[in-house]
Write a protein that binds this ligand. Sequence first.
Ligand SMILES: Cc1cc2nc3c(=O)[nH]c(=O)nc-3n(C[C@H](O)[C@H](O)[C@H](O)COP(=O)(O)OP(=O)(O)OC[C@H]3O[C@@H](n4cnc5c(N)ncnc54)[C@H](O)[C@@H]3O)c2cc1C
Length: 319
Amino acid sequence: DSHMGITVALLERGSLLQVTGMAVVDMDTERASALWPGALRTVTLTVTQVNQLADNALPIRWGVPASARARDLKVVAKVPESAVVTSFYLEPTDEEDVWDFEAGNHLPIRLVTTAGDLQRTYSLSVAPSASNAAGNRYYRISVKREPEGKASSFLHDQIQVGNIIQARKPAGDFVLQERKDSSRTIVLLSTGVGVTPVLSMLQHLVQLSASDKDGNSRKIVWLHGARDGTLHAFREEIDELVKQSPSVVKHVVYSLPREQDRGLYDSKGRINAQLVQKLVPDLENADYYMCGPGAFMASLEDGLERLGVDSNYIHYETF
Ligand SMILES: Cc1cc2nc3c(=O)[nH]c(=O)nc-3n(C[C@H](O)[C@H](O)[C@H](O)COP(=O)(O)OP(=O)(O)OC[C@H]3O[C@@H](n4cnc5c(N)ncnc54)[C@H](O)[C@@H]3O)c2cc1C
């Protein structure tokens, strides 16, 4: 009996397609493989009937979650932030708003290159509510050029304003924790490109404190380390933010400052628990959010715990 049928269910829409007809099976492996590499047989179906059930006809439904779906984002601006970090401002190509995200989340992206697709993730470096002149929200990622790094070099060298990047929904659990006790200080610690997720948090917190009419805003301590002025990303943007908010205390540390960096940093050396203690006298009454190289975070976490900070209040992101 050479009757044959194929049933295709579109489970996202709940529709169904049935195709029936007469089939001829060709057992010749070489002919099959020539048509479709790796195929062993060819089935030729002469369609005699097509049945189609409309959308929503099926009682069951499932699909790819929105978070797994890729979306096109257009690069609307490309801005150098330091000698090695460049920001990419991204907006949707459709009429839809950007997906919501929380300060500290990262954006999984896919880059289509001649050498194949590259999938990487980059922390969003703006507040979730950041919007352009037209009032539309956008994303910003800020990428450090890594020596021989495939995706970061491609972004720096090839991606220009107007190009499309594919992205999935922002994700991550490095986010500001809800605390009932608003007297707890928030300490944002970063070095190098680790600044990106904590900058999103800083922007968000400054906005919150600006909208807090009772003046109950929490104290925020911003501690950032860079080698020197050439590698100090977002300096002016952060200075501007700090000016807007009396609740922010800022301290910048350069490890190898140049003569001309005078005035751009507050101390020379590296961020350590003793420095944090000077800026946050009540160490135990604070939440710590840190991002930077593994060694920086490990030694800082260790130092803070030795000074009595409960590890439950130390949150970090690793790149
Ligand atoms: C949650 C999260 C958030 C992140 N956020 C950011 C962010 O905000 N900004 C940011 O810049 N990055 C961020 N990253 C890192 C980012 O995802 C990439 O890992 C980074 O850009 C390197 O990717 P790449 O393709 O350029 O490097 P790859 O090609 O994947 O190489 C990986 C590393 O190996 C080194 N390497 C490669 N080839 C050689 C070689 N031949 N010799 C010596 N070294 C070599 C590269 O220098 C690089 O450091 C984040 C990562 C995570 C997980």
